[in-house]
Ligand binder design. Structure first.
Ligand code: C2E
Ligand code: MG
Ligand code: MG
Ligand code: MG
Length: 277
């Protein structure tokens, strides 16, 4: 097909590339300014984590938001990689952790043992002061380490497992739990679950789509849950949007449910009003 388009395809394609590069440059510029100006435009939203047995809200996942004056709201899937490549993720990640743990302390007063999940970039794990920092944040807000779950995308568990093993071990020996996020999107096999340092596996939301029609997706979730349970790993299913999906994942034994069906991520004030009032 491309040979029929000839020259035009080439110029169109390279113009497109330039546009993407320009967008990235602009983002990095604006993000840098936001960080320098005391995290202006950044906020943390919270999405409920629901216990599949009791259907009670046991905790929340902290999700970073950013709104720029001129660019408007930009999603984390777009800006997190920019923060990572411009050396900003460490500072922003520490800020998210502080906000989320403070929030956890506040919400623990009404709900003792409230769980807070925080997403971590693998780059943060290579910072020499990361563990002392996490420990200090927990100490200062008097949150029990067992209330904190650090989420990392599956691919980091696989590619950097040797380099990260001591860091994972130290975090776990403090009592902090680790979650493998977006499971099924990376390259890990089901067989690797038995050696995984994760306490929790979060199955990516692509597998919940059409779960009641697509036999593979249902079998995949079913198999992951069985394997995880056999080695003591808890399973969260992400992206539950439909009541029928909820029924199905509860019936196959998921431990925790997350998705728009229960709620989209909300500001702290809205979360409190809706779920903790
Ligand atoms: P994630 O950690 O897998 O977070 C779940 C994402 O799925 C969130 O997108 C959430 O809004 C979305 N989601 C939840 N339930 C549903 C549903 O039922 N349907 C659909 N379609 N989507 C649902 P969000 O907030 O845009 O975050 C995207 C990703 O950005 C996160 O994926 C995480 O990898 C990253 N991220 C967000 N906050 C942070 C952060 O503070 N630090 C780092 N390093 N990464 C973050
Ligand atoms: Mg996550
Ligand atoms: Mg995820
Ligand atoms: Mg993700």
């Amino acid at each position: 097909e491309s040979k029929h388009r000839g020259k035009n395809t080439v110029s169109f394609f390279s113009a497109d590339m330039t546009e993407a590069k320009l967008r990235r440059l602009e983002l990095s510029d604006r993000l840098q300014a936001s960080v320098l100006e005391g995290m202006r435009g950044f906020s943390v939203h919270y999405q409920p984590l629901v216990n599949a047995d009791t259907m009670r809200i046991d905790g929340a996942e902290a999700l970073l938001r950013w709104k720029d004056e001129s660019l408007g709201p930009v999603g984390p899937d777009e800006f997190i990689p920019v923060l990572e490549s411009y050396g900003l993720i460490g500072q922003v990640g520490r800020w998210v952790l502080e906000r989320a743990v403070e929030q956890c302390a506040a919400w623990s007063k009404a709900r003792s043992g409230f769980i807070m999940n925080v997403n971590i970039s693998y780059l943060q794990l290579f910072e020499s002061d990361f563990i002392p920092f996490v420990k200090q944040v927990l100490d200062e807000s008097q949150v029990n380490p067992s209330q904190l779950v650090l989420e990392m995308t599956e691919s980091y568990f696989v590619t950097d497992l040797d380099a990260l093993k001591t860091t994972f071990d130290r975090l776990r020996s403090l009592g902090i739990r680790l979650a493998m996020d977006d499971f099924g999107t990376g390259y890990s096999s089901l067989g690797m679950l038995s050696q995984s340092p994760a306490d929790i596996v979060k199955i990516d939301r692509m597998f919940i789509r059409n779960i009641d029609g697509e036999a593979f997706n249902r079998s995949f979730i079913d198999a992951v849950i069985d394997l995880c349970h056999s080695v003591g790993i808890e399973v969260t299913v992400e992206g539950v949007e439909e009541p029928t999906e909820l029924d199905t994942v509860r019936s196959i034994g998921a431990d925790c449910i997350q998705g728009f069906l229960v709620s989209r991520p909300l500001s702290a004030a809205d979360f409190e009003e809706r779920f903790l009032a």
